[in-house]
Design a protein around this ligand. Structure first.
Ligand SMILES: Cc1ncc(COP(=O)(O)O)c(C=O)c1O
Length: 365
């Protein structure tokens, strides 16, 4: 058995007959940046999510930085987010000279706890970045209510939940802006890097496009200092093909999650699925005692796995000057000690899931 954490080769085999002629077409078209493929994917992804504007960029990290720049986040401003996420969420806050203000997560969804947000708001707070961790929505109604009351911008970090829903709405359509990553291992992944920013706001769209394009509103007329961040035409063309498969892939992830849950619910803490959420299980992450020992046992049995994430951001050396001692966010710290992600992709076979779950049962016998 050759179990993969994410099986990109198998996924590629499914779409190869469509992708290869398309990539050759783009190559012979001579249009490698911008152009019809990018336009088409921006339109198609905006329609899929249900927003007015979709703006391609180079990756999910740039998408966060550009969105904050469009929101006017500057040095000294505070941005509220979760410490239990990938570093890009908070790294970009710091890159702009702003201050990441962490708020602990809910113990069941692992997403930012809206009830703790108001206590973290100060006169310097500019924005809130909820992360839809592992492909499940943060509590967007409460977050938007708090943001609107306090005049704050909400940027959804939807790097992990393309196609996931909250109360029937696709993630990425609820905040003032939303960011997406198409890193290849994402549930909608490019064959390289890629990112997207989503918004319903016309003014923000103009700013976002300008910032992503060196601050130009016309060629060589630079209104602000921007960045250079583009989704190239080949990636846009590939993503456009893959988007047609995404709902099917997401529902296969959900079916695999159900199989894992059925087999493991008595021996580990399963991912919680909120009734308002359509979770797409970008990761299938469980909490267990003796996590590190289990991880080694899985590796010994050739079962890939990963820890998302072993050190909450407030305890990372990169954020030491933000002065959050151990114990500042006990829920995030506890999850980081016990969490482990199992192989998850649409093409996992029943026999692979059975092998993985039998081995986990054997470990805990
Ligand atoms: C929550 C989160 N935010 C942001 C990013 C950054 O995306 P990218 O790797 O495309 O820059 C990632 C990707 O790993 C992520 O998981």
């Amino acid at each position: 058995m050759n179990i993969q954490m994410v099986d990109m080769k198998k996924q590629y085999a499914q779409i190869q007959s469509k992708v290869e002629p398309k990539v050759l077409d783009v190559l012979s078209s001579g249009w490698y940046i911008g152009g019809p493929e990018l336009k088409n994917f921006e339109k198609k992804s905006a329609e899929y999510i249900g927003v007015k504007h979709s703006i391609g960029c180079a990756n999910g990290t740039d998408a966060l930085q550009i969105s904050m720049m469009a929101a006017g986040v500057k040095a000294g401003d505070e941005v509220i987010t979760t410490p239990f996420t990938f570093i890009a969420t908070a790294e970009t806050i710091k890159m702009l000279g702003a201050i990441p203000v962490f708020v602990d997560v809910q113990k069941d969804t692992y997403n930012i706890d809206p009830e703790l947000i108001e206590g973290a708001i100060t006169s310097k707070t500019k924005a809130i970045i909820p992360v839809h961790l592992y492909g499940q929505a943060a509590d967007m109604d409460r977050i938007m209510e708090i943001a609107n009351k306090n005049n704050l911008v909400v940027i959804e970090d939807n790097a992990q939940g393309f196609g996931a829903k909250y109360k029937g709405k696709k993630l990425g359509s609820i905040g003032h802006m939303a960011t997406v990553s198409f890193y290849p291992a994402k549930n909608l992944g490019a064959c390289g890097d890629g990112g997207l920013i989503l918004t319903n706001d016309d003014e923000l769209e103009t700013k976002l496009r300008m910032i992503a394009n060196h601050g130009q509103n016309e060629r060589y007329k630079h209104q602000v200092v921007g960045v250079n961040s583009r989704l190239d035409s080949i990636q846009a063309a590939i993503l456009s093909i893959k988007l047609d498969y995404l709902d099917e892939w997401n529902s296969k992830r959900r079916a695999n999650a159900a199989k894992y849950k059925k087999a493991l619910q008595d021996i580990a803490l399963m991912p919680y699925e909120d009734k308002d959420c359509y979770h797409i299980y970008h990761q299938f992450s469980i909490q267990v005692e003796k996590r590190d020992e289990l991880q080694q046992f899985l590796f010994d049995n050739k079962i890939p796995n990963a820890i998302h994430y072993p050190i909450p951001l407030h305890l990372q050396v990169a954020f030491k000057d933000n002065n959050y001692p151990i114990g500042s966010f006990p829920i995030s710290e506890k999850i980081a000690e016990n969490i482990i992600s199992l192989p998850m992709h649409p093409d996992l076979k029943d026999e692979e899931i059975n092998f993985i779950t039998d081995k986990i049962k054997e470990f805990f016998q």
